[in-house]
Design a protein around this ligand. Structure first.
Ligand code: AMP
Length: 396
């Protein structure tokens, strides 16, 4: 293995453990894998190292067993961790509340602060913590670093972070806009600054994946974002509503007799593209729209309408729009969506270069014409690399 140092990046979910061994200096993934259905009778494990792909089905009782399986696979299939010069383990944590505006080395105190934030992210922080706890136990000799999805948005001005809610209630229950996907928005907006040669620009990043969010970044600092207290707010997503009148909750409780948990599941898991079409995968929705399926067409139009609204709002808030960037699964791959959105942004002088837009590539690229008043880019996101780079920078 010709690498100088690596970071093991761990993303621990409620029943899954995703990992990647990253060489942060070479921008590269050395090996990666996923343990799924942890705690169920049969779990599924995949591990990829170079050309080798291992697929196993076996019971994995809990996150500790899951990480033991991962360490076994590194040992049996490679690369051997003892030879990989791991300098840190990087953990993704969804909610950092107001405590964290940057990555941190894990100590018992930091661990406890993350636990304290669990009420704000009950579906995410507890499983993130499980990953941290088992990794600290099984890999005690390297520093562990936590990278927060919310950290990049701690720079939001108060007027963007504050809901117009009773002040005391908001304060008592920590209700404000924290944002999410921050690691991706920071990584992509930094790349944009490198590509255009300056941070002193007003840019909007559209992270359009199964989860979707937009951010407004002015001179390198996030000034607004679409996700709020939780990742539910904002754009139309694979299974989430995005913005919806909160009175719909009261209505469903009063009129449909739904419980809080039922509404939570409806809004987070059964809405968005899935709710509108039955499919949460944009490829399926796109191919149905191409065959004139009216539900699929409406779903894409609702998604576009919301995007136009936020691009317009963010441009107005920043007072300018220099660069608009697409990233994540849909943003990087759905050229038709990029074209449809850019056509709706002619007010801003956006001019798409159709040939450039049609190129498929894993490289960052400009897809607007030289005359376009806004430079439009596609910049692939890489959250694992971003976590590895932040971890490395911190321990150095
Ligand atoms: P992510 O969450 O970033 O992995 O993105 C997942 C989303 O990207 C899913 O909705 C996929 O359907 C979508 N996606 C991936 N490839 C394409 C493609 N070629 N065209 C349209 N959507 C795509």
């Amino acid at each position: 293995m010709n690498i100088t140092e690596t970071v093991l990046v761990i993303n621990s979910g409620s029943s899954s453990l995703k990992y990647q061994l990253v060489d942060p200096n070479a921008d590269g993934s050395v090996a990666s894998g996923l343990v799924e259905r942890i705690g169920e009778p049969i779990s599924h494990i995949t591990h990829t190292s170079g050309d080798q792909v291992v697929d196993e089905e076996k019971p994995v009782a809990d996150h500790s067993d899951a990480l033991r399986e991962v360490l076994r696979l590194f040992d049996e299939v490679g690369p051997k961790l003892s030879e990989a010069n791991i300098v840190a383990v990087g953990h993704r944590v969804v909610q950092g509340g107001r405590h964290f505006d940057s990555a941190k080395i894990v100590t018992d105190r930091i661990r406890d602060l993350i636990a304290e934030l669990s009420p704000l992210a009950p579906l995410h922080n507890p499983p993130n913590l499980k990953g941290i706890d088992v990794a600290r136990e099984l890999l005690p000799d390297v520093p562990h670093v936590v990278v927060f999805d919310t950290a990049f948005f701690q720079s939001l001005p108060e007027e963007a972070a504050t809901y117009a809610l009773d002040k005391d209630v908001a304060e008592k229950y920590s209700i404000r806009r924290y944002g999410a996907h921050g690691t991706s928005h920071q990584f992509v907006s930094d790349r944009v600054a490198e590509i255009v040669g300056t941070k002193d620009i007003c840019q909007i990043v559209l992270h359009l994946g199964n989860g979707a969010s937009a951010s407004a970044v002015k001179c390198g600092k996030a000034v607004d974002t679409t996700m709020g207290l939780t990742p539910l707010e904002g754009l139309v997503m694979g299974t989430r509503t995005g913005d919806i009148d909160p009175a719909a909750v009261f209505h469903l409780q009063r009129v449909a007799g739904m419980s809080v948990d039922e509404v939570d599941t409806l809004f987070n898991k059964q809405s968005g593209l899935k709710g509108l079409t039955g499919d949460n995968d944009m490829r399926a929705v796109r191919s149905r729209a191409d065959s004139d399926d009216p539900d699929a067409r409406l779903a894409i139009d609702v998604l576009l309408h919301r995007l136009v609204k936020y691009v317009g709002a963010y441009a107005a808030q920043m007072g300018a729009l220099d660069v608009l960037t697409f990233t994540a699964g849909i943003g990087e791959n759905d050229m038709m969506l990029r074209k449809e959105l850019c056509e709706r942004l002619s007010l801003f002088g956006v001019e798409l270069d159709e040939a450039a837009n049609a190129i498929r590539s894993k490289e960052p690229r400009t897809i607007s014409t030289p005359n376009s008043k806004v430079q439009v880019l596609v910049v692939p996101t890489n959250e694992e690399l971003a976590i590895a780079q932040q971890a490395l920078a911190l321990i150095k």
